[in-house]
Design a protein around this ligand. Structure first.
Ligand code: NAP
Length: 549
């Protein structure tokens, strides 16, 4: 009997072997559930496998952007820098896969193409692009929130003869831009990280900017022994604090409103945070994301820094965001981004008023002018939150697709499950803190919650779990209410689906806070999984024999 045949009936199929999939596999196996994981990439690591563009790094500190589930792991692993670069994070993902012997249950280079719920058997019938079929009681989508890269449909692109790249699907072999003229389209987190490094390699870089972004200096530095020890000595306590915090990470959050202090104190506070570096800048005052007047003061400070850094006043003005509050599009963190525009080989082209007109075989037309390039780098983002889920033909009760159900926007209970899709879990799904949190903390919470639910069902002889419609409706409303108490809906961000033409406009993650969300989930469990209904009827037993595949 082949291994493939043995695995055709399992308790759970996991889709994805990034940080969610790896931890899920470890937990499920430890709890005695038979599990298969499928991964589209050629290796584990998810986001950090695909996003290997020059300059890619995480802007959550490594001491915090790492697993907390295993004390020995968190004590053993050494991070070289405060904010780790992509190769170091990918090395860590590989270490975890090896350390916990996870690879044997992961099928790489295999995309799950369809998953249909069989109401009679109460099982998910899962299909892959390799033609494999697996029957699973549980289907767990660990597919990440920003994993479907999007390249804009600009006229003439298919006839462009130079090289094209997307930051989110970067080649695995080294790309050499020496002596090249390159275009970069997009100035979000990825573009802002890549541009300074590309400018060092290429002969010339032209950046096409649709919307300027607020970016903060990372002030990255090598990890010091003292700093590392200060975490590791009390790691368990720190992690618990992170789990109860607003963002899932420890940041020094000021509890004063911005306008409650004098102008001098306000400026000094911003200056101090700018010098410390990174996203704690947004914690300078407690109302920066809820009061427009407060927010305006922080935004003005950052624009002023840009004017100080960028020598050409016209370029500085173009780089200064003015159309949305700071922090309502994902704040960027950079290493020398604005300074890069002082280089002779970097030019900025504003396409905010008129989009790129068309590509030609050797470049593109914008603002009525032709620009010639050897390569184009698209840093144009992702069909976030739902795009990757929709790429799989997921059908729940009565054959209805997830895409149909979510036509007007994602509908979940707690960002975990959707009614009419029984036994289908999403790790950091829409409606959970997900991208508005330290992802690894949120991943661990969801994995523990999902695996806890499976154990609960096993212990109580329950076959099916599904959210109640009313609970889901209530949660969807609560997610929007939470967003509406903030300034987030004021920006055309990917959080709002605004970067994808035709996508419904609504805030997709839960912004009520990681700690509060955790409490809500804990209360739900304490109340006997309130908002979920279970079917106690035993599922049709998996056949003793395996099916031919
Ligand atoms: P992004 O934030 O969505 O930025 C995409 C950029 O491309 C934006 O500047 C966007 O302009 C532009 N764009 C999109 N379509 C365009 C078009 N048709 N024409 C011209 N410009 C276009 O994508 P990203 O930079 O890849 O980042 C995505 C997310 O990944 C981040 O927000 C963050 O959550 C995560 N990330 C994190 C890190 C980190 O930890 N340091 C690094 C990279 C990414 P508009 O603003 O006008 O839409």
């Amino acid at each position: 009997m082949t291994r493939q045949q043995e695995a055709s009936f399992v308790d759970a199929v996991i889709v994805g072997a990034g940080f969610s999939g790896l931890y899920l596999l470890h937990r499920l196996r430890g709890l005695g559930f038979s599990t298969r994981a499928f991964e589209r990439g050629g290796d584990v690591g998810g986001t950090w496998y695909w996003n290997r563009y020059p300059g890619a790094r995480c802007d959550v500190e490594s001491m915090q952007y790492s697993y907390s589930f295993d004390e020995a792991l968190q004590q053993d692993w050494r991070w070289p820098e405060k904010f780790s670069a992509q190769p170091d994070i990918l090395a860590y993902a590989n270490h975890v896969a090896d350390r916990f012997d996870l690879r044997k249950d992961i099928t790489l280079e295999t995309t799950v193409t369809a998953a249909h719920f069989d109401e009679g058997a109460q099982r998910w019938q899962v299909e892959t692009d390799a033609g494999e079929r697996v029957s699973a009681r549980f289907l767990i989508m660990a597919t990440g929130c920003i994993s479907t890269a999007q390249i804009p449909g600009v006229e003439g692109l298919s006839a462009y003869e130079g090289r094209t790249f997307h930051t989110g699907a970067w080649p695995h072999e080294k790309v050499d831009f020496t002596g090249e003229r390159i275009a970069v389209v997009g100035t979000g987190s990825s573009g802002i990280q890549a541009i300074p490094v590309l400018a060092e390699q290429a002969a010339h870089v032209t950046v096409f900017q649709r919307t300027p972004n607020y970016s903060l200096p990372s002030q990255n530095c090598p990890m010091t022994g003292d700093y590392e020890r200060s975490w590791k000595e009390i790691y368990a306590d720190r992690r618990e604090e992170m789990r109860r915090s607003f963002h899932g990470s420890l940041k020094d959050l000021n509890d004063k409103p911005a306008l409650s202090v004098s102008e001098d104190e306000r400026q000094a506070t911003y200056q101090q945070r700018w010098e410390i570096g990174g996203t704690p800048f947004l914690g300078a005052f407690n109302d920066l994301l809820t009061s427009k007047d407060a927010n305006d003061t922080a935004a003005a400070f950052v624009r002023e820094q840009i004017r100080k850094i960028v020598k050409d006043p016209v370029t500085a003005e173009l780089l200064g965001p003015k159309t949305y509050p700071i922090g309502t599009k994902r704040i960027c963190v950079d290493t020398g981004y604005f300074e890069t525009y002082n280089r002779d080989n970097v030019a900025l082209v504003d396409i905010g008023k008129k989009p790129i007109e068309r590509f030609t075989p050797d470049g593109l037309f914008a603002n009525g002018r032709h620009y010639a390039f050897d390569s184009v780098v698209f840093a144009t983002g992702f069909d976030a939150m739902t795009g990757t889920l929709f790429r799989v033909d997921i059908r729940g009760r009565r054959g209805r697709t997830l895409k149909e159900k979510w036509e007007a926007g994602p509908r979940t209970y707690l960002g975990l499950m959707s009614e009419a899709f029984p036994n289908l879990f999403m790790i950091t799904g829409p409606g959970s803190p997900s991208v508005k949190s330290n992802m690894i903390i949120s991943i661990e919470q969801h994995v523990d919650l999902v695996t806890g639910s499976l154990v609960h069902m096993r212990d109580h002889g329950l076959a099916v779990i599904e959210p109640e419609r009313e609970a889901e409706d209530g949660w969807v409303e609560h997610v929007q209410e939470a967003a509406n108490r903030t300034l987030f809906p004021l920006a055309n961000s990917w959080y709002m689906g605004a970067n994808i033409p035709g996508k419904p406009r609504l805030f997709t993650p839960y912004i009520g806070g990681v700690g509060r969300y955790r409490q809500i989930c804990e209360q739900m469990v304490a109340d006997g999984y309130k908002g979920f209904r279970f079917d106690a009827k035993a599922a049709t037993a998996a056949p003793k024999r395996t099916v031919a595949v």
